[in-house]
Design a protein around this ligand. Structure first.
Ligand code: BES
Ligand code: MN
Ligand code: ZN
Length: 510
């Protein structure tokens, strides 16, 4: 079984692999090559659709076994709904739905016929074929590294998939292939983010994470790794305090993509929380579910995946990704509740709860990012609070921002990609809740509005830079299964931020 599904593009024909999927638009019937196949099989496809009450409605499929006179042994009809109403993300989702059906049984090769009635224009057709391919590729991801027996993983419906190659049949394979190039880069970034989140913390400590980031120099990224001495010299006591209870030293990684024409272009900046494991520290977490805290570096994983995607598709921007990598452990050397640390900014923090550690890491990384890079904007991503899941569940990430334009752009990119964000408030009245009598601030607010007080804390380390904070606790880890992800590690945010960059910062638009 291949690790990665191989995607190839081929012309439209009725010669398909043993498993083949056809897209059917609602009320419009079969498209060209599907119509031919239907005729050759003596109308078997249309009879099966009628018998199964299949009309092409979105999110419906039926399967025909051994259809007469066709070279495939399984034919799957996938409902495409009303094609003229579909956006990119819908086509991506349909690709994922088709993949689930195609990979459902034994077989190494499958075909997906990217031809739909009611879609016109050669350019659009190539983009659609590429979106379908992306969705299928993303849905095929499995984390099987530690399965030494061929156990089922992921979809859990019987035997593991043996699918190794998917052929996308389309009108202009060359155009589809070139449309797919940037999507392949995106998929590589998303897979990297998923791999990092899935990897257990015994394997992926701060040092190992930094090594994986450093390896991205092969893709053209400039990568620097700051060790504990370097961070001490920068006076990053807030970040270092979180890591001091672990035997595994903290790291700060700076990844730069120099894709802008002008050498002096101010960078777009992305910052990620990278707590490789969050026990809570001395304010230790309950045992139940603590294993999920291997995913507390989901923000850092997204930033790393995004940087790879931008580099591989050679985005014409200067982008910087910074990730603060620490392990939050209790030990004889761990930070105590009541400790007061002086952050790189000079502001002092009373650490009342060692489990509110992500904001301490971000405080120093954000300060450093602004001091060094004077960025056009900063977006940070962090699996920061359980409270954001109480507020928004697992569908939307929480968005906090000091800049209406940046917030609106992120919202728009979220709607376009399906990685959705919902804006939450920032206000003086919330900010007051983190004042402390012993230091400039404390690291927890009261019982209420926990995601907001966390964001207010972070904002105290933002100067005048346009900034957005994404609380991704509900979406980056232990996330729901959907059409393009088998769940848990979603790689959430790579498509969102790639879209923000592509739509708003690559055409000279501000
Ligand atoms: N990493 C957690 C937040 C989290 C919880 C992410 C569940 C994903 C799933 C964070 O470090 C944390 O522990 N936050 C505390 C903050 C509290 C102590 C103020 C929380 O949300 O309970
Ligand atoms: Mn915590
Ligand atoms: Zn945490």
């Amino acid at each position: 079984m291949a690790d990665r599904l191989e995607i190839v593009f081929a012309p439209l024909s009725a010669h398909w692999s043993a498993a083949a999927a056809l897209l059917v638009a609602q009320g419009l019937g079969l498209a060209g090559s599907a119509k031919e196949a239907n005729q050759r099989s003596g109308g078997a496809i249309e009879r099966a659709a009628a018998a199964g009450d299949f009309t092409g409605k979105a999110k419906t499929t039926i399967e025909l076994l051994a259809p007469p006179k066709l070279d495939c042994s399984r034919l799957i009809l996938v409902g495409a709904g009303k094609p003229d109403e579909l956006k990119d993300s819908d086509w991506i989702n349909i690709g994922g739905q088709a993949l689930v059906q195609l990979a459902g049984r034994k077989g190494e090769a499958a075909s997906l016929v990217a031809e739909v009635a009611g879609v016109t224009g050669a350019k659009a057709a190539a983009e659609i074929a590429a979106d379908l391919a992306l969705g299928a590729l993303l849905r095929s991801y499995r984390f099987r590294k530690y399965l030494t027996k061929q156990a089922a993983n992921g979809d859990g419906e019987g035997a593991p998939s043996t699918l190794a190659r998917l052929t996308i049949h389309c009108a202009d394979p060359a155009a589809a292939e070139s449309a797919f190039e940037r999507r392949r880069a995106l998929a590589n970034g998303i897979f990297l983010a998923r791999d990092l989140v899935n990897e257990p913390a015994n394997v992926l400590g701060p040092v190992e994470f930094a090594e994986r980031a450093a390896a991205l120099s092969r893709a053209g990224l400039e990568v620097e790794v700051l060790d504990v001495d370097a961070m001490q010299a920068l006076k990053m006591a807030a970040l270092l305090g979180v890591g001091q209870g672990s035997v595994r030293p903290s790291r700060l990684v700076v990844m730069q993509w120099h894709g802008a024409k002008s050498k002096r272009a101010r960078p777009l900046c992305f910052v990620g929380k990278g707590v490789v494991f969050d026990t809570g520290g001395i304010s230790i977490k309950p045992a139940a579910g603590m294993e999920d805290m291997k995913g507390d570096m989901g923000g850092a994983a997204c930033v790393t995946g995004l940087m790879l995607a931008l580099a591989e598709r050679k985005a014409p921007v200067h982008a910087v990704g910074l990730i603060g990598l620490v392990e939050n452990m209790p030990s004889g050397n761990a930070q105590r509740p009541g400790d007061i640390v002086t952050s790189m900014s000079g502001q002092t923090i009373e650490v009342l709860n060692t489990d509110a550690e992500g904001r301490l890491v971000l405080a120093d990384v954000l300060w450093y990012a602004q001091e060094r890079f004077k960025p056009r904007f900063i977006v940070d991503l962090a699996t920061l609070t359980g409270a954001i899941m109480v507020a928004l569940g697992k569908e939307y990430a929480g968005l906090f921002s000091n800049d209406d334009k940046l917030a609106a752009d992120l919202f728009e990119a979220g709607e376009a990609t399906g990685e959705k964000v919902w804006r939450m408030p920032l206000a003086k009245a919330y900010d007051k809740l983190i004042d402390s009598k012993n230091a400039d601030m404390k690291n927890i607010g009261g019982r209420f509005g926990g995601a907001i007080t966390a964001a207010q804390f972070i904002q105290r380390f933002i100067r005048s830079t346009p900034w957005a904070h994404l609380d991704v606790a509900g979406v980056a880890m232990d996330s729901n299964r959907n059409d393009i992800s088998q769940g848990w590690a979603s790689g959430w945010g790579v498509r969102l931020l790639d879209r923000l960059v592509a739509d708003k910062y690559e055409r000279g638009e501000k």
